[in-house]
Design a protein around this ligand. Structure first.
Ligand code: NI
Length: 174
């Protein structure tokens, strides 16, 4: 496995709609494993292929708390089959929008169909934090970031904070 580079806003590759995988073959499994390693190292709880510059419909996630056994999820071509009318608000962040957080509204429960790492079609239900993470990562596959799901006013605040933090960190960067 190898760690990949996570791209950050405003990289235009984050705005591109990703292509489905034809089947989960060895190269897709390797991508999933590399994405998991990259996500754990970050550390993060979810990662989508476009965030490592790969325009394919692949996501990984693991919401197991620190210290608990790992519970990695690997999904190719995920689709939402059903979403609850009930909404929840979560304070979301994103490895491509480092150290910035905002409240985002999403369905509390979802049913998702996807291809697993053995190229088998699976369905699962997810609720609460797992539903949020899966929906957040699926958004990346359509070129959507969590900052696209908040008001323009809040987005401007988040982005201004991000660019200001970058300037402070890299005083010599022009
Ligand atoms: Ni993200």
């Amino acid at each position: 496995m190898s760690k990949l580079t996570i791209i950050e806003i405003p990289d235009p590759r984050l705005k591109v709609k990703a292509e489905p995988v034809e089947r989960v073959d060895e190269s897709v499994v390797r991508l999933m494993e590399d994405m998991l390693e990259t996500m754990y190292a970050a550390p993060g709880i979810g990662l989508a292929a476009p965030q490592v510059g790969v325009s394919r419909r692949v996501i990984v996630a693991d919401i197991a708390p620190e210290g608990a056994p790992r519970a990695p999820l690997r999904m190719a071509n995920p689709e939402v089959l059903w979403a609850s009318g009930e909404i929840q608000v979560s304070n979301e962040g994103c490895l491509s929008v480092p150290e910035q957080y905002a409240d985002v509204e999403r369905p509390r429960r979802i049913r998702v169909r996807y291809l697993d790492h053995r190229n088998e079609t699976r369905e699962m239900e997810a609720a609460n934090m797992l539903a949020t993470v899966i929906l957040h990562e699926m958004d990346h596959l359509d070129g959507v970031l969590f900052v696209d799901r908040i008001s323009k006013l809040k987005r401007d605040i988040v982005l201004r904070r991000l660019f200001k933090a970058r300037r402070t960190k890299q005083p010599s960067a022009l």
